[in-house]
Design a protein around this ligand. Structure first.
Ligand code: GLY
Length: 263
């Protein structure tokens, strides 16, 4: 069974961190409605959605992806690159504890889950304003016994590595080549986004379906033409908080017998 951990939109989201965007008003009701639809799509696609309580004092806490990296063997609790986000961790730790052994990124390393792209046994880590080589070394030590290759990739012009590239299958990536160099990505097939849609590379793969931001129809058409099952999802209000589709969930598999661990 596939689990999707999510969290309700904080009423404080208007005070979120912004790096590459100017602040514009966020309609909290629209943001909540879009987020609920996102969760509904994950549910339709067979995920068991486990929604954590809203965090009224943690503006970015809807973006659960950034505080953990869940591998089959271990869940790594990150040390987010901005201190305002570190209080998001305890509730996510409690949610993951029944499913995986936990490991932690320790000071002085910084790591946002949005910078960690796992494709098969490759773990690509974006070296960005939020994630550094100290954390990369820690990840390497944590996964040393599990057969992963870990490398660092320079990210430019966007917040996270996964703003620039995500996987649409085990061997194919969707990429904005203006933000990340395709030759850094291990020789996998790279489908470029439509150049008029720079934010389009962040997609969520659930089984054979690829969730694509509704704001990026041209890139969605490219994926459809390449044979992918595309499902547009509108998270435009959350995009104003510099969050994208992957940011809003932690997806991982559990054996059906572990169902009882979910609340
Ligand atoms: N607003 C998302 C982030 O900066 O972490």
């Amino acid at each position: 069974m596939r689990v999707a951990i999510t969290r309700g939109v904080s009423p404080a989201i208007g005070r979120c961190e912004l790096t590459h965007l100017n602040r514009t008003p966020i309609d909290i009701d629209v943001a909540k409605a879009q987020h609920a639809l996102y969760e509904a799509v994950l549910g339709e696609l067979g995920c068991r959605v486990q929604r954590l309580d809203e965090e009224p004092d943690l503006p970015d806490s809807v973006f659960v992806e950034d505080v953990a990296v869940v591998l089959d063997e271990v869940a790594i609790i990150t040390r987010p690159g901005v201190s305002s986000r570190r209080g998001e961790r305890p509730s996510v730790e409690r949610a993951l504890e029944p499913h995986r052994p936990l490991a932690h990124i320790r000071e002085p390393g910084i790591l946002d889950g949005g910078d960690v792209l796992v494709v098969g046994k490759d773990i690509h880590i974006g070296i960005s304003s939020r994630s550094d080589t100290d954390a990369l070394d820690q990840v390497q030590a944590i996964v040393a016994d599990h057969g992963y290759r870990v490398d660092g990739i320079d990210v430019r012009g966007c917040l996270h590595l996964k703003s620039a590239v995500t996987a649409v299958s085990d061997d194919t990536l969707l990429i904005n080549p203006a933000w990340v160099d395709p030759t850094d990505l291990g020789g996998r097939t790279c489908i470029p986004i439509d150049p008029s849609e720079p934010g389009a590379a962040n997609v969520v793969r659930v089984g054979d379906t690829v969730l694509v931001g509704a704001a990026f129809p041209r890139t969605g058409e490219r994926l459809s033409a390449a044979g992918f099952e595309v499902r547009p999802v509108d998270t435009s209000e959350l995009a104003k908080a510099e969050g994208a589709l992957t940011c809003c969930s932690l997806l991982f598999d559990v054996p059906d017998s572990n169902d009882g661990a979910l609340t």
